[in-house]
Design a protein around this ligand. Structure first.
Ligand SMILES: Nc1ncnc2c1ncn2[C@@H]1O[C@H](COP(=O)(O)OP(=O)(O)OP(=O)(O)O)[C@@H](O)[C@H]1O
Ligand SMILES: O=C(O)C1=C[C@@H](O)[C@@H](O)[C@H](O)C1
Ligand SMILES: [Mg+2]
Length: 179
């Protein structure tokens, strides 16, 4: 697998729901003085509907097509950016290779119990509707290894958003200084 990074810097955050991609992306972008985007937000904006409504009206496959389209637009934009992705964006090979082609890819991971605590109050994730605990464990099992292709993995379980950002900035600086 080619792990070199495109000269136009993009940091791409991947990881399971609730690992902090959206939160970390905003602070990381501020730190780097780059712009910040989120594929979930881009899909919602393009469609004028919530993710739950898209899943209910058109199904997950249609959402995945929209997600791939918005991801590809963000990755190909000619500017530095931090890109937060939806938790399932890694499921398509075309998305994984586009991320690696255009960006420094960072997986945020987290202990399942902490993930459950983080997502419990937020009802906006259609894949977690109903029995949240069972769904989180089931999806984590189904997605075992799916986030392992990144340049860097940060376990966020015991870290604040600020500390997660520190680690990414340090690794990005080292990586981008490589010849
Ligand atoms: N390091 C952290 N420590 C404590 N709470 C956190 C941390 N990171 C994120 N959170 C909280 O967890 C919740 C989920 O975070 P966030 O929405 O950023 O996750 P996400 O990875 O973008 O999820 P999704 O894939 O569903 O978009 C938010 O309430 C956020 O404030
Ligand atoms: O993990 C997933 O499949 C998802 C995560 C969210 O970010 C959204 O993209 C959507 O709720 C699906
Ligand atoms: Mg998010």
């Amino acid at each position: 697998m080619n792990l070199s990074v495109s000269p136009i810097g993009k940091v791409v955050l991947i990881g399971f729901m609730g690992t902090g991609k959206s939160s970390v992306s905003r602070l990381l972008a501020e730190r780097l003085e780059w712009s910040c985007a989120d594929t979930d937000e881009e899909v919602v904006r393009a469609e004028g509907r919530s993710i739950s409504d898209i899943f209910a009206d058109d199904g997950e496959g249609a959402f995945r097509d929209m997600e791939s389209r918005e991801l590809s637009k963000l990755l190909e934009a000619p500017e530095h950016a931090v890109i937060a992705t939806g938790g399932g964006a890694v499921l398509r090979e075309e998305n994984r290779s586009a991320m690696l082609k255009h960006g420094f890819v960072v997986t945020l991971s987290c202990d399942p119990e902490k993930i459950i605590a983080r997502v419990l109050l937020d009802k906006s994730r259609p894949l977690l509707k109903g029995a949240v605990r069972e769904r989180v464990y089931g999806l984590l099992e189904a997605r075992k290894g799916a986030y392992d292709f990144a340049h860097l993995t940060v376990d966020t379980t015991e870290l604040s958003v600020d500390e997660v950002v520190d680690r990414i900035v340090m690794a990005w600086k080292q990586h981008s200084a490589l010849p």
